[in-house]
Design a protein around this ligand. Structure first.
Ligand code: TMP
Length: 199
């Protein structure tokens, strides 16, 4: 099973991915977790390139797909074969939202390219953490070129994620609440999906 966390900047994905991993470990479930861009050592190197100033959306896309292909073939598919739960902090929906929608490449084109390059695997469960960007960006110290962009960019991104989140695998989570309430919603959705007993 693959579980992904998605959303704009500063919405708390990494925190909630970690809380979920700790929860799965308490239940004794084997797991693989990583972030994108990043993951394998190759992909962590791509992450550095990805944050290079001045890349256009197609170059970003090509870098992400190279990194994702490496993650899928070397880590995700073997982990799934071993029955692991795979928890990913950003995955295919970030590519659709960042490069496809706000980057202007087009959701259809990005998806087609992913399907043709073995970089399209749909998670079983995708949490879209939703926070008004004005409030989300107050939570972080902008550290990379994406976080430093104009408010209108972050608003478009939020709308892109909400528009994409149509289908059975998506759970839109109001993440502008105390952390415990947000994680309770996430953990109970995962418990239901994995048929784990509640704690
Ligand atoms: P983060 O790990 O701090 O969320 O930063 C990752 C950045 O990379 C974030 O700004 C979103 C961007 N990104 C894309 O533009 N496309 C992608 O496919 C992924 C996975 C991330």
């Amino acid at each position: 099973m693959i579980i992904s966390f998605e959303g704009g900047e500063g919405v708390g994905k990494s925190t909630h991915a970690k809380i979920l991993c700790a929860h799965l470990e308490r239940h004794g479930l084997p797991l693989l977790s990583f972030r994108e861009p990043g993951g394998s050592s190759f992909s962590e190197n791509v992450r550095d390139l990805f944050f290079h100033e001045g890349l256009d959306a197609i170059t970003e896309l090509l870098l992400i797909l190279a990194s994702r292909r490496e993650n899928i073939t070397k880590m995700v598919l073997p982990a799934l074969e071993q029955g692991k739960v795979v928890v990913i902090d950003r995955f295919i929906d970030s590519t659709l939202a960042y490069q496809g929608v706000v980057g202007g490449v087009g959701v259809g084109r990005v998806r087609e390219l992913m399907e043709k390059t073995g970089t399209w695997i749909e998670p079983d469960l995708t949490f879209v953490l939703d926070v008004d960007p004005g409030r989300a960006l107050n939570r972080i110290v902008p550290g990379d070129r994406f976080e430093l962009r104009e408010p209108v960019y972050h608003q478009e991104l939020r709308e892109a994620f909400l528009d994409l989140a149509v289908g059975a695998r998506y759970r839109i989570i109001d993440a502008d609440r105390p952390r415990d309430q947000v994680s309770a919603d996430i953990l109970s959705a995962v418990d239901r999906e994995l048929q784990l007993p509640g704690e």
